[in-house]
Design a protein around this ligand. Structure first.
Ligand SMILES: *[C@@H]1O[C@H](CO)[C@@H](O)[C@H](O)[C@H]1NC(C)=O
Ligand SMILES: *[C@@H]1O[C@H](CO)[C@@H](O)[C@H](O)[C@H]1NC(C)=O
Ligand SMILES: *[C@@H]1O[C@H](CO)[C@@H](O)[C@H](O)[C@H]1NC(C)=O
Ligand SMILES: *[C@@H]1O[C@H](CO)[C@@H](O)[C@H](O)[C@H]1NC(C)=O
Ligand SMILES: *[C@@H]1O[C@H](CO)[C@@H](O)[C@H](O)[C@H]1NC(C)=O
Length: 334
């Protein structure tokens, strides 16, 4: 296969010759390479297996290093939101743990890993919120609800807000939901967010989603090798002076806008403020290695300065992206 020359200009991207010989699920991106150190979660601590909500809550609290293996189903409907502390790995047992009706937050924490967890129908809040939290790896999870209730009945799937930094979101299966992943939750938080919100999104599978795949403000996001199928309204959205590097992504099915840098937030994303949408400053994007945008629209007003990721990473060949992600993303894969 002929490689796009841009791949070679971006010297730190290693194009995988044969992605099927072995799929490498190891940590890559900002959660690995950052000034604070590699994200290790509970490494160095004990491992505890929990199968009840009170035991889960206790295990996730505090900052001692701990690997928490969650086993079975957890009904989070109407209960106090789960809080996850620093130095924790939350790992779903075997084919994955099932959380439903609610989600979890980390606030002012550091060094968190969340893998192999299914979170569905998180009513009135995000599936996962990281607020003012550094070093996190959100990998091989599944998130879903439905689109019938509109954009605001459920909230985000993975929202990274208020100076959160150095996060990798990889190999997740996001589907049947409206607002997927927001980075920076308000256009008035420049003072708080600017200089933070370095997030890597790679090898995620997004299917039948409305908006925010992801939508970023005031930060830097590297969005590579993701698969979008029927991402209905607006997928990759950079606004409020945000910088995104977008490469090696594949769009299939029906998508109105694969990429937008318009500050104007479309009505489908923000129906409550004004029927015409909300206005804020435009964002920036750059395209690195070739993307396959399919039939989706591209709506870019300005090109930015985030042209190269500051770390080594494996880039899947564009023609292999769909197969590799459908096979490798979601729960029960690690
Ligand atoms: C989950 O908890 C809610 C609130 O207590 C309850 O109404 C619902 O029946 C529970 N669902 C399941 C499947 O246990
Ligand atoms: C755990 O997290 C805290 C931050 O809340 C940090 O200061 C501490 O060094 C960590 N402990 C270990 C053993 O990593
Ligand atoms: C997080 O830190 C902020 C600023 O120090 C503080 O106001 C807030 O109470 C903290 N939140 C939690 C949950 O610790
Ligand atoms: C983040 O947390 C640190 C301490 O944990 C605190 O000093 C800082 O003010 C917090 N920042 C925000 C934006 O909450
Ligand atoms: C670009 O986005 C703006 C704002 O959402 C919208 O008004 C415009 O129609 C879009 N243009 C194209 C070509 O999609």
């Amino acid at each position: 296969m002929k490689l796009n020359p841009i791949v070679w200009l971006s010297s730190l991207a290693i194009v995988q010759a044969n992605p099927f010989s072995k799929t490498d699920f190891s940590l890559q991106g900002f959660a690995k390479d950052n000034p604070l150190g590699v994200t290790t979660g509970g490494k160095g601590g004990r491992t505890t297996t929990v199968s009840s909500l009170p035991a889960l809550r206790t295990a996730l609290a505090g900052t001692d290093p701990l690997t928490v293996v969650a086993k079975g189903s957890f009904n989070l409907t109407g209960v106090t939101r789960l809080r996850i502390g620093s130095n924790k790995s939350l790992i779903g047992h075997e084919k994955g743990a099932k959380f439903f009706g609610g989600g979890m937050s980390a606030v002012n924490q550091t060094n968190i890993i969340i893998r192999n967890i299914q979170i569905s129908y998180a009513y009135d809040n995000d599936c996962i919120t990281l607020q003012n939290t550094t070093r996190a790896w959100i990998d091989h999870n599944e998130f879903f609800s439905d689109l019938e209730h509109g954009p605001d009945f459920y909230d985000g799937q993975v929202d990274l807000v208020r100076a959160t930094d150095w996060v990798t979101v990889s190999w997740n299966y996001f589907h049947d939901h409206w607002k997927s992943s927001l980075v920076g939750n308000s256009d008035v938080l420049r003072e708080v967010d600017e200089g933070h919100l370095h997030i890597t999104y790679h090898h995620n599978y997004w299917r039948n989603i409305g908006t925010r795949g992801p939508a970023g403000r005031f930060g830097h996001q590297h969005v590579y090798n993701n698969l979008y199928r029927d991402y209905l309204y607006q997928a990759i959205h950079s606004r409020s002076d945000n910088q995104m590097l977008v490469e090696g992504n594949v769009f299939r099915g029906n998508t109105r806008e694969a990429v937008s840098t318009y500050g104007l937030v479309i009505p489908e994303d923000s129906p409550n403020a004004c029927v015409c949408g909300d206005y804020e400053l435009d964002g920036f994007v750059n395209f690195g290695a070739k993307n396959d945008f399919g039939r989706a629209g591209i709506n870019v007003t300005q090109w930015g300065n985030f042209k190269k990721a500051p770390y080594r990473y494996d880039l899947t060949r564009l023609s292999d992206v769909e197969k590799v992600i459908v096979k490798g993303a979601g729960i029960g894969k690690i």
